[in-house]
Design a protein. Structure first.
Length: 409
């Protein structure tokens, strides 16, 4: 049944229907509505057989999640921004111990200066922590991705972040169709942990590893991530078959005329300009590109759904023969350029691609359709080069030389 819901409420209801055994909660904007809603469901009995744990910090939230998962419970928590950074040590521990915790990250800028609005700098700071990172383009996908995240994380023994843009999605109201309890029970296998702490069979999880074995442990984590792409895609396909709508996947090609996901192969010989992005800016780009396509301009859109593992082969497949790319980045590598741009550049190394980095929406600055169309038009005309900060207020601000950080592969 379709209903009008705030994004955070939709996520909370979906998580509850995934039957977590432990929910660890510490409030931080903009994810607070999620754990508040779960607390109400735990108090009223709607969320059954679940230990709802109020903790005193984000570090404790992840530490309790680690203990719960290691003891054999399906564990969930949520955080954002400085909260994610505060739990960083435990975030790495969860991945290194192979514990399939699921965490919502309501993406928010990291200070200083203090900023509570949306960009992707928080999750990007944890991009090499060993967690899966799935990005939602809208609130329907934000809810649905949690079902896929639990299934994928538990099959692989890898924790998973579901990243949804703070305020832009968490506090936005949409018409949504949530998976029912019966549907999720039929889709998500009962939790069956691969490793459990048991006083009758003592074991150690997360033991010391010296120089003689540390490299090998990281290599084994790397191999699991190489397997993760196929598993993410497989569970996303199963979700589509079971629920009749698409969510997740690796890299998504959008039909620029219908604005829908397009699973068909790119047109043979297509050399359009391709805009690559992830998160809620996908919707703005769909609206920006549609009238340009109506005018006959050769531009397409590809969305990254799984940032970790990075979908190298899926991205190449979605691009087809196009080698002219504009990447819209929501996070900045200081002194280098856009974070997503660097990953796209490595994926396309040796292909002769021209890749332009556009850093947009830092700290919640609105990303306007008109500004995006201007960037795309200049790229089509060959006037867009190097690193650009969208809608940068340049009064009194030095601007780097054009083309100084252009990515050419």
């Amino acid at each position: 049944m379709r209903e009008v819901l705030e994004g955070s409420q939709a996520v909370a209801r979906t998580v509850a229907r995934c039957r977590p055994g432990v929910v660890c909660a510490y409030p931080i904007s903009p994810q607070t509505h999620i754990v508040e809603a779960l607390s109400v469901m735990a108090r009223t009995g709607e969320l059954r057989d679940c230990e709802y744990v109020n903790v005193e910090s984000e570090f404790s939230a992840m530490s309790v999640s680690i203990g719960a998962s290691a003891a054999g419970s399906r564990a969930y928590t949520a955080t954002a921004s400085q909260g994610l950074l505060y739990m960083a040590e435990a975030v790495y521990n969860a991945a290194g111990m192979g514990l399939p915790i699921v965490m919502t990250v309501a993406n928010r800028a990291v200070g200083a200066p203090i900023n509570i609005w949306n960009d992707h700098s928080d999750a990007m700071a944890m991009r090499d922590s060993g967690w899966l990172q799935l990005y939602a383009a809208d609130n329907q996908e934000a809810a649905d991705l949690h079902v896929i995240a639990f299934a994928t994380a538990e099959e692989l023994g890898i924790p998973a972040m579901v990243c949804m843009d703070g305020f832009v999605l968490t506090h936005a109201t949409d018409v949504l169709e949530l998976a029912t309890q019966e549907q999720i029970d039929g889709f998500l296998p009962p939790y069956s942990p691969t490793q459990v702490l048991d006083i009758d069979r003592p074991t150690t999880i997360g033991t010391m590893a010296g120089p003689e074995s540390f490299t090998e442990t990281k290599y084994l984590q790397h191999l699991r991530f190489l397997d993760a792409a196929d598993v993410v895609e497989a569970w996303s396909d199963r979700f589509t078959e079971a629920f009749g709508r698409e969510a997740g996947g690796l890299a998504v090609r959008y039909d620029p005329d219908t604005l829908d996901r397009d699973r068909s192969a790119p047109p043979a010989g297509a050399e359009d300009l391709v805009v690559v992005a992830m998160g809620s800016v996908i919707g703005t780009l769909q609206e920006a590109i549609a009238p340009m396509r109506a005018e006959g301009l050769p531009v397409r859109l590809v969305g990254i759904s799984a940032y970790r593992p990075f979908p190298r082969e899926a991205l190449k497949a979605a691009l087809g023969e196009s080698r002219h790319i504009v990447v819209i980045d929501r996070a900045l590598e200081l002194g280098s350029g856009g974070v997503l741009t660097g990953c796209v550049g490595r994926a396309l190394a040796g292909t002769g691609s021209r890749i332009h980095s556009v850093v947009a929406g830092l700290g919640g600055r609105p990303i306007l359709e008109g500004s995006l169309r201007d960037v795309i038009a200049r790229a089509l005309a060959g006037e867009q080069r190097g690193l650009e900060f969208l809608d940068l207020k340049t009064g009194g601000v030095p601007v780097p030389p054009v083309g100084a950080t252009e990515v050419a592969r």
